[in-house]
Ligand binder design. Structure first.
Ligand SMILES: *[C@@H]1O[C@H](CO)[C@@H](O)[C@H](O)[C@H]1NC(C)=O
Ligand SMILES: *[C@@H]1O[C@H](CO)[C@@H](O)[C@H](O)[C@H]1NC(C)=O
Ligand SMILES: *[C@@H]1O[C@H](CO)[C@@H](O)[C@H](O)[C@H]1NC(C)=O
Ligand SMILES: *[C@@H]1O[C@H](CO)[C@@H](O)[C@H](O)[C@H]1NC(C)=O
Length: 409
């Protein structure tokens, strides 16, 4: 009999920012984030290309799978190491410790990374594995309560709901956990930040957004004129704008293809073996930009088992799996499931409203300089990136802002 190991990722982002302190060893963290970002672009091509909307967290997914990789052995470990691009990372788990500490420690910005592992009381997980998970990934360890009122999912769902301020109240559906479930890993990433320069809500207007099929839909377009990092790339045929959050270390990037139908080509290029995703975020310069950006909200649920199998780690999901670093019982991963909520608004919180007066001040400094108009009115990619470690916390695309729910099986 095979025992199931379920990995669950819960994510949420609403629109407010934070601050981070420097990682203790930036070069090893950068080796890790390079691996994580590369892995993520490939997975993105499997699950997100050609869908009307998408959002997911490369960081959360890679961290959760790295926790599993820590307990993998033999060919299961080899496949995971290659798929997670960890071949060139000397000490990935130690680097994760630095990265999580650094991201969690950002003052004034709400980046919360909470990992949890729930263990079946009948199928004990090795103490050594538990210890390392606690030390390197700051995971909380608890025992699955098979007799919990409302089902064994209830305590885990409560943990996720509490960590995400109820944005993800029902992470696990009924019957997700059976008596054969050996453990459930949960990785929560909450990001709640204010813009460095908030949008003025009273300026938000209705405007057209052209979908991939050429039809227009009406959206709420926020706008502002401010000094922003910007580039027009003739290589990728894309305009890139960087909108910093309040602490400046983290930023929201919009990658807007120069043609209405350019998204697929851009994403295919980003996912290719030869592309260094970091290049997309470099070579920018500060200019005055008049930016129009649609307000949007996305909920996405993704089952990633098939995509991960195709990407080169099928053994982890099959009876041949070897997770003997986790338990003496024969474990197999039943699925990897990610749920994400992402929303972009003018400011986000009361804290943000306090800072909103900077908008006009910046504009009036450059009255003689006509701004570059960037109108995000057709399909685009977006990223939330930590510019210190290069880690992409969230990425996705919007081809139709009037669609906000997505389930990918
Ligand atoms: C996405 O669409 C493009 C153009 O229609 C097509 O060439 C490509 O194969 C599609 N990719 C996927 C993953 O479906
Ligand atoms: C799993 O890996 C361990 C450690 O390499 C090895 O001793 C064990 O024989 C493997 N189990 C199976 C079923 O392959
Ligand atoms: C699962 O385990 C719980 C507690 O040990 C028990 O009450 C329940 O009957 C078991 N369910 C099944 C289907 O075996
Ligand atoms: C976001 O942060 C602000 C304070 O910084 C807080 O008031 C608000 O409740 C938070 N919202 C979420 C969804 O976390």
């Amino acid at each position: 009999m095979w025992i199931e190991l379920t990995f669950v990722l819960a994510l949420t982002l609403s629109s407010l920012p934070q601050i981070l302190t420097g990682p203790t060893s930036l070069s090893s963290v950068k080796a890790l984030t390079r691996a994580s970002n590369q892995f993520s672009q490939k997975l993105y091509a499997q699950v997100a290309l050609n869908r009307s909307i998408s959002v997911y967290s490369p960081f959360s997914l890679h961290a959760c799978l790295s926790m599993a990789y820590l307990g993998a052995r033999t060919s299961t470990a080899d496949q995971m190491k290659r798929t997670l691009q960890l071949i060139r990372v000397a000490a990935p788990h130690a680097a994760y410790k630095d990265l999580i500490k650094s991201l969690n420690a950002v003052p004034r910005v709400n980046v919360l990374i909470a990992n949890g592992i729930w263990v079946n009381p009948n199928y004990p997980v090795k103490m050594q594995y538990q210890n390392v998970i606690v030390r390197q990934y700051f995971a909380e360890i608890d025992t699955i309560d098979l007799t919990a009122a409302g089902g064994p999912e209830t305590p885990i769902n409560s943990f996720v709901a509490e960590k995400t301020y109820n944005k993800i109240p029902d992470m696990l559906g009924p019957d997700s956990i059976t008596n054969d479930t050996s453990s459930v890993l949960v990785s929560v990433l909450l990001f709640n930040a204010t813009w460095n320069t908030p949008f003025d809500e009273s300026l938000t207007t209705k405007g057209d957004f052209t979908r991939a099929d050429g039809l227009n839909v009406q959206v709420d377009l926020m706008h502002q004129t401010t000094d922003l990092e910007f580039k027009q790339s003739a290589v990728e045929n894309v305009d890139v704008v960087r909108l910093p959050f309040a602490n400046q270390r983290l930023a929201f990037f919009v990658a807007l293809p120069q043609t209405n139908s350019g998204l697929s080509a851009l994403e295919t290029m980003m996912a290719s073996e030869n592309t260094d995703i970091d290049v997309l975020f470099t070579g920018m310069s500060k200019v005055k930009v008049h930016l129009y950006l649609p307000r949007f909200r996305i909920l996405a649920s993704m089952s990633l088992k098939n995509a991960l199998s195709k990407m080169g780690m099928p053994n982890a999901f099959q009876p041949v799996a070897n997770f003997s670093g986790i338990s003496v019982e024969p474990l197999v991963i039943s699925d990897v499931f990610q749920r994400a909520v992402f929303e972009i608004r003018e400011s986000g919180t009361a804290a943000a409203a306090v800072a909103s007066s900077s908008l006009n001040a910046v504009t009036s400094l450059h009255v003689t300089d006509p701004p570059i108009v960037v109108r995000v009115d057709h399909q685009f990619m977006f990223f939330v990136r930590d510019d210190l470690s290069n880690q992409i916390l969230f990425q996705g695309h919007v081809s139709d802002p009037s669609v906000s729910n997505l389930d990918i099986q």
